[in-house]
Design a protein around this ligand. Structure first.
Ligand code: GDP
Ligand code: IMO
Ligand code: MG
Length: 429
């Protein structure tokens, strides 16, 4: 299976970083294909924790090729900070390649993200305020600055001038901010260009070479399906497409290059930021999940909203991504809960039953989940490495999920560290 996409099946933070790091061992290349430094992917290696925002989660494996694809939006200061941080920790970064066609997050994108949220007030999306939305908007408007522009002073200056001018009106309260000085910004970005020049490449070509040679390429998604710009809970979404199909566009490969798609889901649900979340809880179970699961955002430090696993949403995620396997993380967090619930349908405001994820925003906003209840288990499971050694109730919980979504489970996470997993037969390939 040369091409394997790893995507978030919920609202992000499912544990994509950990799974990617794990699978990277057998891969040749690991490619990020969308999103930017709104992502925060955690890898735990022994006593060490790594939080990656832009660099693919394969970077800890020496000798692997890591690619930031054309579909990613890059804040070069963040990228350089991340490279320096890894170098300080003796991680080899020479294998990182950055697409010359990826778009750059500029200072005005960050200011616009802040201003946009402030203007929305109570209706705010709860973005990570990293400039992601405004950067993708400029890309679509054909006013974006790309990585390759960093290598030509004249082009860079001209493009920044053209892109920045329309922003001045929108940014009137901060229009005199020194960060918006054309000369200073051009100089700053030229310096970034010098710093990352050796990493800039025609990354689509690198992917083709690896795939054509039959080497395994991992496409590492950021965010999750329900934050997808087209298929998520719009407008409470991110500005890219975290679905597996976007790996083709964001890396420059064809649909037939993706042989397998693994969806990553927690054994429960979380969400950061605003927007509908039908199975959200506000009781002692939410407290348990938040505390035991350490549910604090990797990027912004915000507390994550917590709730039961939503199988209506998961089945939607399976279909949208064409998932061939599901990895369930954080099963260990459920230890100690007497009874467990999973949403199997919704009731609308007028009492109508929805077996499928509703397309209509008003239905979703007022949806009440209907639950199937299962027995919990009390014992810790962090040491378990074989399915048979899990408590019977935990196995029933997993069976119920797999039967409901009709996709094989490939891997179960029972702790944050890379060896804290149970491999299942579907994932042994
Ligand atoms: P990502 O954005 O999808 O890569 O996920 P994050 O890194 O933002 O959040 C997942 C968190 O859960 C991280 O702190 C991981 O170390 C942790 N984690 C991943 N898998 C497991 C697991 O199976 N059990 C527990 N307890 N923690 C896990
Ligand atoms: P990873 O890759 C969880 C959420 C934000 C907000 C919405 C829009 O770590 O799973 P944006 O800054 O993208 O315009 O914010 O999307 N969001 C994430 N939530 N995990 C992420 O990434 C996220 N990236 C963005 O909280 O609700
Ligand atoms: Mg995260």
């Amino acid at each position: 299976m040369p091409g394997l996409a790893i995507v978030g099946a919920q609202w992000g933070d499912e544990g994509k970083g950990k799974i990617t790091d794990l699978l990277a061992e057998r891969a040749e290349m690991i490619v990020r294909f969308q999103g930017g430094n709104n992502a925060g992917h955690t890898i735990v290696r022994g006593n060490e924790e790594f939080k990656l925002h832009l660099i693919p989660s394969g970077i800890l494996h020496a000798g692997k090729h890591c690619v930031i694809g054309n579909g990613v939006v890059i804040d070069p200061a963040v990228l350089i900070g991340e490279l320096d941080g890894l170098r300080r920790r003796n991680v080899a970064i020479g294998g990182l390649k950055v697409s010359a066609n990826a778009h750059l997050i500029m200072p005005y994108h960050v200011l616009l993200d802040h201003a946009g949220e402030a203007r929305l007030g109570k209706l705010e999306i709860g973005t990570t305020k990293r400039g992601i939305g405004p950067c993708y908007a400029d890309k679509a408007s054909r006013l974006g600055i790309r990585v390759q522009d960093l290598l030509d002073e004249k082009i860079l200056r001209t493009k920044i001038m053209a892109a920045m001018e329309p922003k001045r009106q929108l940014l009137r309260p901060v229009a005199k901010d020194p960060k918006l000085d054309l000369h200073a910004m051009t100089e700053e970005y030229l310096t970034y260009g010098h710093r990352i020049e050796s990493h800039i490449a025609d990354t689509a070509h690198l992917c083709w070479d690896a795939l054509d040679a039959g080497k395994q390429v991992l496409f590492e998604g950021a965010q999750g399906v329900l934050l997808d710009l087209d298929h998520g809970t719009y407008p409470f979404v991110t500005s890219s497409n975290p679905v597996a199909g976007a790996a083709c566009v964001g890396a420059g490969v064809g649909p037939r290059d993706i042989d397998e798609v693994w969806g990553i889901t927690k054994a429960y649900s979380t969400r950061v930021g605003a927007g509908p979340f039908p199975t959200e809880l506000f009781d002692e179970v939410a407290e348990h999940l938040g505390t035991v699961g350490a549910e604090v955002g990797t990027t912004t430090g915000r507390a994550r909203r917590c709730g039961w696993l939503d199988l209506v949403a998961l089945r939607y995620a399976v279909r949208l991504n064409g998932m061939t396997g599901i990895a369930i993380t954080k099963l260990d967090v459920l230890s100690g809960l007497d009874r467990l619930r999973v949403a199997v349908s919704y009731r609308g405001k007028e009492g109508a039953r929805f077996a499928e994820f509703p397309y209509h925003q008003s239905v979703l906003h007022h949806a009440t989940p209907e639950y199937h209840e299962l027995e919990g288990w009390s014992e810790p499971i962090g040491e378990v490495r074989n399915l048979e050694d899990l408590p019977a109730a935990a196995r029933s919980y997993l069976d119920f999920i797999a039967d409901f979504v009709r996709v094989p489970l490939t891997l179960i996470g029972v702790g944050p560290a890379r060896d804290e997993v149970i491999w299942l037969s579907g994932g042994a390939a």
